[in-house]
Design a protein around this ligand. Sequence first.
Ligand code: FEO
Length: 403
Amino acid sequence: MYCCTKVNDDIIWIGVNDRKTPRFENYIPLDAGVTYNSYLIIDEKICIIDGVEAGEGGEFYSKIEATIGNSKIDYIVVNHVEPDHSGAIKGLVKLYPEIKIVGNVKTIMMLKDLGLNLKDDQVVVVKEKDVLDLGKHKLTFYMMPMVHWPESMSTYDMTDKILFSNDAFGSFGTLDGGIFDDEVNNEFFEDEMRRYYSNIVGKYGAPVNGIMKKLANVEISVIAPAHGLLWRKNIPEVFKKYQLWANMEAEKEGVVILYASMYGHTAEMAEVLGRELGNRGITDVIIYDCSKTDQSYIFSSIWKYKGLMIGSCAHNNDIYPRLQPVLHKLANYGLKNRYLGIFGNMMWNGGGVKGICDFAASLPGLEVLTEPIEAKGAVTPLQRDKLIELASIMAEKLIAERK
Ligand code: FEO
């Protein structure tokens, strides 16, 4: 029988660890899995907060039964309709026909769009700060449109001061031991929270700022997101990270060097840049070959560090194919507040460096540090000197910002 994990005396974590699905939204690698967190509040009225993905329904329903036996469920609050949270609701409604679906107007509309046949008497429509009274627990709702879908909202337990934040503050990675941040080594989840944010929520900085403002004066004892670790010890630190990310401000001094190289010349340029940054006291330098490392990890590092250098060989008069989607997504997100260096190889008639320059020109929030450095085949001594100068300017910029 599945064990059900207590959040507190009345609230049980009935989420699932998914170690089978290879890619989130079918494109982001889940090397360490993902959780779909769901919470059961046992009160005069029994209420579930958030569901799980359809394929995990069996475990989800078993956990509910193990927790409440034959009792009926009064409500399920649907903070977000994306099927990683709503997929198993259809089966839940079949098992518990009296259950009422709680959501905002868009929630209900989108659930119907996804094929859930809901009658009017099966839904409870809520809006900002409405209260759902379960008995001891009173729930209220904060709408957070575009964090990261139009219907997204969070639910706040006014009794125990728990914020059920859905995707906000969520992280990739399964919960293998403890479920709270004071029960596990946080470092992994901090990285995976950033990878989640930068890939899923990153485009929506303004709406994230909106919800941060709403929550600024709300007393929160636990952040209970729909993915990954629950936060109760490091809430101010987590808020601080979200504030930085929402404004696309870097967390740390450091440089990401991202390159595309077929036969090694652009890679050689990246190596020169990295070594010269190291020689100038920059301790955090990460070089990525875009053909090797999945872009989700590259985005996470770009969100973390202030410095960015991008290099490409030429391929059919264009940016190397594996680099194109990375730059496309960064442009789509409107990346800003980064120092940028541009380099690459024109063999034989260019296109890669020009493409990166076009990318940079489309993003006024990037500060391009020097003229692009473009080799033709083997790197010449003059080009090497220019790379050293670029590394030097980047290091000076970063060091000047040290407090
Ligand atoms: Fe976790 Fe936007 O779904």
